[in-house]
Write a protein that binds this ligand. Structure first.
Ligand code: ZN
Length: 284
């Protein structure tokens, strides 16, 4: 299938009270793991790239890998640019074939965030590219965006309503207490804030900082309106551990394809588990 944007997959998920997994890839092997996991579970999926990954490989290589993988897939696949503050990178991704982009102007004052996010919506619409925008500050480090605990704040419901009405994003990422990276201690998710914003805006919400949340926390967030769940850190670990663990077990063997295959299998099995979890919404 050709690549899709995230509009239909997220609105279907929101209506059906499940969520679509959005997985940050690093290279062709990890992109292949995401697509094969989607195929095995017969579930739509979002492939995400950080701005750093885009700069590292260039847009041409990435779009070619992802298009080739999507062509041989029978489930909908979207290619989404994760947290981006650079309008030139956003423009390049839109022109290169990304079907969805995220503008992260959440560190700016409200009106400036609103203006930048609206500008990206205007850039994206003619090419049928969907837009995710963020409000509030999500703690942690994501793609060189550092937010310290004392600077993190939850999205304000009143501002969220105004922001969504004026920007009209296809997906909205309010800060709700989750964090990027690895959690130290129990995350304090503001469930009532998710519920309030979801009801007031009626736009599919994105849950950032998914790695390390309990299964019940995921199910609760999804049942309240999170239709897109981002998984990045988990894949970074599987990417490196899958590689290193194989070599540690077979340290006299120098067959790179076996190592790459072990990495692929570790990535894929973790992604399959998450996709299956996001389809279940009943909190236990
Ligand atoms: Zn994020």
């Amino acid at each position: 299938m050709s690549l899709e944007n995230i509009k239909t997959m997220l609105s279907d998920a929101r209506t059906g009270q499940y969520a679509i997994g959005a997985f940050n890839i690093l290279d062709y092997n990890s992109a292949r793991a995401v697509v094969e996991a989607a195929q095995e579970t017969e579930t739509p999926v979002i492939i995400q790239t950080s701005s750093k990954t885009v700069v590292f490989w260039g847009t041409r290589a990435i779009i070619n890998w992802v298009r080739e993988l999507a062509d041989s897939s029978t489930v909908p696949i979207a290619l989404h640019l994760d947290h981006c503050r650079d309008l030139e990178i956003i423009r390049e991704c839109i022109n290169s074939g990304w079907t969805s982009v995220m503008i992260d102007a959440s560190s700016k004052p409200f009106e400036e965030n609103l203006a930048l996010s609206s500008q990206v919506v205007e850039m994206a619409r003619p090419g049928n590219v969907t837009v995710e925008a963020e409000l509030g500050a999500i703690v942690g480090v994501e793609d060189d965006i550092h937010v310290k605990q004392q600077d993190a704040h939850l999205a304000d419901p009143g501002q969220a309503v105004e922001f969504c009405a004026r920007v009209e994003p296809d997906c909205f990422a309010p800060a709700v207490g989750t964090a990027h990276g690895v959690y130290k201690g129990e995350p304090k998710i503001a469930y009532e804030r998710i519920e309030e914003i979801a009801k007031a805006t009626d736009i599919p919400l994105a849950l950032h900082g998914g790695t390390g949340l309990s299964d019940d926390a995921f199910k609760k967030c999804i049942s309240l309106g999170c239709a897109k769940v981002n998984i990045s850190t988990q894949l970074k670990y599987a990417f490196i551990d899958g590689f290193v663990d194989y070599h540690n077990r077979n340290n006299t063997e120098y067959n790179p394809l076996k190592v790459i295959d072990a990495q692929f299998k570790q990535l894929k099995s973790g992604i399959v588990k998450k996709i299956r979890l996001f389809r279940k919404t009943q909190a236990t």
